[in-house]
Design a binder for this molecule. Structure first.
Ligand code: MN
Length: 379
């Protein structure tokens, strides 16, 4: 049986990852969470974790007390997350933290030779160049957890990568599909947090409303599958049933379909290449009757068009749009900027920043810091 180390264990992907571990008797050697120390301690007891880390250093003492009846090693902060990534004796490091904080642990896991199941988008968006190079050098596998990238990964099985012509990355269109900019001017936090098909954490739900999420996924797809941005097409599937597809040189298109439930991609990443029973509602195509497809609206959704432009330009631009967005979403959730301002800031950053290269981890953190400062100067 497999043994994993999981960071981000109390979030949406993290708790569903543990559901999969429960069902398939996967051993959880290490657990880490941002600040929910009570749930983390509960999980650690249930899975008899040997290593438990809380990112928020102020909660370290509380975690130590909650875990005092066990022999588990207790850690905190970024160093603690990195150690969870580098652990010996694990088959897979599962990274489901939200935001840039996920990049360094991914790099540490790869450098230690641990395979990675990746739900953290920022890892590849901001650090794709260095992470993929390190993964190739260390012969480490990166298994995508995101539903779209899992779908693409599944469609690539048993076929020649050389004959891959195009990736068809699907999008739900989000809660504001079909709306104009004028109609989006007064969108509230509550409206933006109400997603029609997927239930997710607040950062990614806002990113789904602005379509930034699809932009980040576009960038991730380029890095994960080594395709040119010109060979990635975004298609809106309103039902979120077709999770993405690939086209080969013979123009055969292979898609992965399923009920919109993250358990399927999580379980595929954890059990790859096995396909065991999964606790989700089976897909009934006749219950849906119709699947609808549209082109994405690149005029209204500045975040999406800016991400495509950023990865075409390359260098630090993907990292910059990501940093700007992360900061802008935080400000929107704090009700300090309006909804459309998120996209305006992301778009503006492309003309503000001069081209620069990403060769090292500090190049990434420098670009990210500059991006965040750019936002704070403008609000
Ligand atoms: Mn996705």
């Amino acid at each position: 049986m497999k043994t994993i180390s999981l960071i981000g264990s109390t979030g949406s992907i993290g708790t569903q990852t543990l559901d999969v571990c429960r069902k398939h008797n996967i051993k959880v050697k290490a657990l880490a969470a941002k600040s929910n120390v009570k749930l983390l301690a509960e999980q650690a007891h249930e899975f008899s974790a040997e290593y438990v880390c809380i990112y928020d250093e102020d909660k370290y003492r509380e975690l130590k007390i909650l875990m005092s009846d066990t022999g588990a090693e207790i850690a905190c902060g970024m160093d603690g997350l990195c150690k969870a990534a580098e652990l010996d004796g694990i088959d897979l490091f599962v990274n489901s933290v939200v935001g840039m904080v996920g990049l360094l642990p991914t790099l540490k896991a790869v450098e230690a030779g641990n395979d990675v199941a990746l739900a953290n988008k920022e890892t590849l968006v901001a650090g794709g160049a260095i992470v993929m190079k390190a993964a190739r050098d260390k012969n480490v596998n990166i298994y995508p957890i995101d539903s779209e990238h899992s779908a693409i990964f599944q469609c690539l099985q048993g076929n020649s990568r050389k004959q891959l012509r195009k990736i068809i990355l699907t999008a739900s269109g989000g809660p504001f599909f079909g709306k104009t900019k004028a109609e989006l001017r007064n969108v509230t936090v509550e409206q933006a947090l109400d997603h029609p098909n997927w239930s997710m954490g607040s950062k990614i739900t806002i990113d789904s409303a602005t379509l930034m999420n699809k932009g980040l996924e576009f960038i991730e797809a380029k890095w994960l599958f080594d395709v040119s941005p010109d060979n990635i097409e975004i298609v809106v599937n309103r039902e979120s049933v077709l999770h993405s597809a690939v086209e080969y040189d013979d123009h055969s298109v292979i898609a992965q379909l399923g009920t919109p439930d993250m358990k399927i991609p999580i379980q595929y990443a954890l059990l790859y290449p096995q396909r065991l029973e999964c606790d989700v509602k089976p897909l009934s195509l006749t219950d849906y009757g119709t699947l609808t497809f549209y082109k994405p609206d690149l005029e209204t959704f500045d975040c999406l068009s800016s991400c495509i432009e950023a990865i075409k330009r390359g260098g630090a631009y993907p990292c910059i749009v990501n940093g700007v967005n992360e900061e802008a979403v935080r400000l929107f959730l704090e009700r300090k900027i309006p909804f459309l301002k998120i996209g305006e800031l992301v778009k503006e950053s492309l003309s503000h920043f001069k081209p620069s290269e990403i060769n090292t981890y500090s190049d990434v953190t420098d670009a990210d810091k500059a991006a965040r400062e750019f936002v704070l100067r403008r609000v």
